[in-house]
Design a protein around this ligand. Structure first.
Ligand SMILES: Nc1ncnc2c1ncn2[C@@H]1O[C@H](COP(=O)(O)OP(=O)(O)O)[C@@H](O)[C@H]1O
Ligand SMILES: [Mg+2]
Length: 442
């Protein structure tokens, strides 16, 4: 099998690494890949066409020239831009939803209206607004804290859990007047704040059969104790028992299955990975958001526990016969600790050499996934904000976490920082404005 993986982050390195572990996968193209993917045996990194990852026709034309047996799309941008439709039109097998189905992530207004129409539990909506004036006015009638969301894709920066009207007004201003995220902020949602621990619940589906991945929890804030500004994710973990008792059946029965059935009924059947961002409230699980792809760094914590051939499962999903796949998981737990560059989540400093990667990889049951790295003259250097996802498994969470941090301790680059409490706290800690806290130098 020859596989094309689209994307360049830790998620894509983790997927590529797992796929190359399957017998029968003989070649893997990474578009564009990163420093870690460039060093994979049987891996090959290719340049993205000039139109970038939103130019679905150009990406599909490249796919047509490579003729992979399967294409796996990591990030949301190409999916929301219609890459799956373009590949399918050319007779190329692809894992990922159509442009219409990817609206579940591409438009939070679409997702919210879909959830409300289909009576799937989600945070109550105050309203959806197309002008800053209307949004400001609506603030008079909300309870605090109140959640403000940009409708479109904003790379994880388009949501604020605002404690005061002043914070809310300032954020609406950034979205709708300063247009920090362009058209993504031209429409905003105001919703009620839910309380509870969060959970990332991701499934693979061919539209009918559902293959649930091990549930995970991520850590969005940059500093220990869920303080500081939001990031793309500073770590994630999975553990047997993270979702207790009948909760998983409840998530599948009240959220995942109704979502897939309603999407099919409404004329856009959903295929690919569906990520439900959930709040586990006292009244049960409720949807915060959907993503149309796997999470980063959740993927890193998931792939290391897969005990079944992923390539086969993806191929079955693309061909509508996912029910044939029997997924098995390594018992225990996993943890991924993200090592970030100085300055992240602001503008990261880049170009520093990374040392100790071999020693880290020697730590038992540990893999170092690359994200913002590139090869330069045979050396691995920092090229982005989230640099590495140091990922380990263990019989229990504390063992997995200890192994990941042991490996972190062997890696060095100037200005490196990471959280020290991955797996130790409640995880994802909301999206309210920046508070102060000390980072942790490695
Ligand atoms: N209704 C809500 N109540 C409380 N917190 C919320 C709510 N919606 C979002 N959040 C918080 O904001 C974070 C980001 O929101 P989310 O909808 O996941 O958007 P995105 O991931 O696109 O930034 C969530 O992980 C959660 O911590
Ligand atoms: Mg989210």
């Amino acid at each position: 099998m020859k596989i094309l993986v689209i994307g360049s982050g830790g998620r894509e390195h983790a997927l590529a690494w797992r796929l190359l572990g399957d017998t029968g996968v003989e070649h893997l193209w990474c578009l564009p890949g990163n420093g870690g993917m460039a060093r994979l045996p049987n891996g090959e990194c290719l340049a993205v066409p000039p139109g970038g990852l939103t130019d679905a026709p150009a990406l599909a034309a490249l796919g047509e020239s490579l003729r992979p047996d399967l294409t796996l799309v990591g990030p949301e941008l190409p999916l929301v831009s219609g890459i799956a439709d373009e590949f399918t039109r050319r007779g190329l097998r692809v894992v990922g939803p159509s442009k219409a189905a990817a609206q579940l992530e591409g438009s939070k207004a679409f997702a919210k209206e879909f959830l409300l129409c289909n009576k799937i539990l989600a945070g109550p909506l105050y309203g959806i607004f197309d002008s800053a004036g209307d949004a400001y006015s609506a603030l008079c009638a909300v309870d605090w804290p109140c959640v403000i969301k940009a409708d479109g894709l904003a790379a994880g920066k388009g949501v604020l859990v605002a404690s005061t009207p002043d914070d809310a007004t300032a954020f609406i201003d950034r979205l709708m007047v300063a247009r920090e995220f362009g058209a993504a902020g031209d429409r905003v949602l105001l919703e009620e704040a839910l309380r509870g621990p969060e959970l990332s619940y991701i499934v693979l589906t061919d539209g009918e059969a559902i293959l649930p991945l091990v549930p995970t929890r991520d850590h969005k804030r940059v500093f220990n104790g869920n303080r500081g500004p939001n990031t793309g994710g500073m770590g994630a973990y999975s553990a047997d028992g993270l979702v207790a008792g009948d909760l998983e059946e409840r998530i599948l029965g009240t959220i995942v299955r109704p979502t897939l059935e309603a999407m099919a009924r409404e004329g856009h059947p959903y295929r690919g990975f569906l990520y439900a961002g959930l709040m586990l409230t006292a009244d049960g699980p409720q949807v915060l958001e959907f993503n149309c792809r796997m999470g980063d760094p959740e993927t890193q914590a998931i792939v290391v526990r897969m005990d079944f051939p992923l390539a086969e499962a993806l191929q079955a999903a693309a061909e509508g016969r996912l029910r044939e796949i029997n997924a098995r998981w390594k018992p225990g737990a996993s943890a991924c600790v993200v090592m970030a560059a100085a300055g992240y989540p602001g503008e990261p400093r880049t170009g520093m050499k990374i040392g100790g990667l071999e020693a880290a990889a020697d730590v038992r049951d540990t893999v170092v996934f690359h994200a913002g790295t590139k090869l330069q003259g045979g050396e691995v250097v920092v090229s982005g904000g989230r640099v590495l996802g140091v990922t380990a498994t263990g019989a229990d969470l504390s063992t997995a976490v200890a192994r990941a941090y042991e490996a972190v301790g062997k890696i060095s680059f100037d200005g490196a920082h990471c959280r020290r409490d991955i797996g130790a706290t409640g995880g994802s800690g909301g999206a309210s404005g920046a508070s102060r806290g000390a980072g942790s130098e490695v």
